[in-house]
Design a protein around this ligand. Structure first.
Ligand SMILES: [Zn+2]
Length: 193
């Protein structure tokens, strides 16, 4: 069994390799880094380096990849968190409806939906392709989870330690602070002071 696995890793069927290379090309067009593509598909590193140059006309950049999972869930940056939540939602739907797709193909599709969504609402996309990949990895390894807002019922990205029964998303917290009773409370406090 172990030797069969090893053999599979060494010899990728030609058609599958072509499909993987096409996905790698699409990822490089969207700003993917070589280690990201390598993490998703068992393609030779040298081949990916050459492909990167052919697709982008530039040598692959080096340096650390994103590592902080709280970047996506911090409520200090609600737009980041909301865009991350939309990406995770798209990823899950795509994963569910395209069982035979490669993980790389699903991430490309989720990223494209993210860009389309931002264009539709005239918002600046805050997550690059590399961030998109990293976010999905963090959800897959359970560093991040999603939880439902008690008011709008949307699913939002949160740190696993922050899961609770009565979650309020940043959008609902903001709008609830404009409700008359909340306004009265602030006014009363101001009068009492
Ligand atoms: Zn909400």
């Amino acid at each position: 069994m172990a030797s069969a696995d090893k053999k599979c890793k060494e010899v990728i069927p030609v058609l599958l390799e072509m499909r993987m290379l096409k996905a790698a090309e699409e990822m490089f067009k969207r700003g993917a880094r070589v280690p990201v593509v390598s993490a998703l598909m068992p393609l030779k590193r040298e081949k990916l380096m050459r492909l990167h140059v052919e697709v982008t006309g530039q040598n692959p950049i080096t340096g650390p990849l994103p590592s902080d999972h709280t970047w996506y869930s911090s409520t200090t940056y609600p737009m980041r968190m909301i865009q991350s939540s939309v990406i995770v939602d798209s990823y899950r739907r795509l994963r569910e409806s395209s069982k035979s797709a490669l993980e790389a193909e699903i991430i490309i599709a989720a990223y494209d939906l993210h860009i389309e969504h931002c264009q539709a609402i005239k918002a600046e996309p805050l997550l690059t392709f590399v961030r998109c990949w990293h976010l999905i990895q963090q959800v897959r390894i359970n560093s991040l989870a999603t939880t439902k807002c008690v008011h709008c019922e949307g699913n939002y990205v949160v740190n696993v330690g922050r899961l609770n029964q009565k979650y309020e998303c940043p959008l609902c917290v903001r709008s609830s602070s404009l409700k008359p009773e909340a306004y009265m409370k602030t006014k009363d406090i101001a009068l009492a002071a």
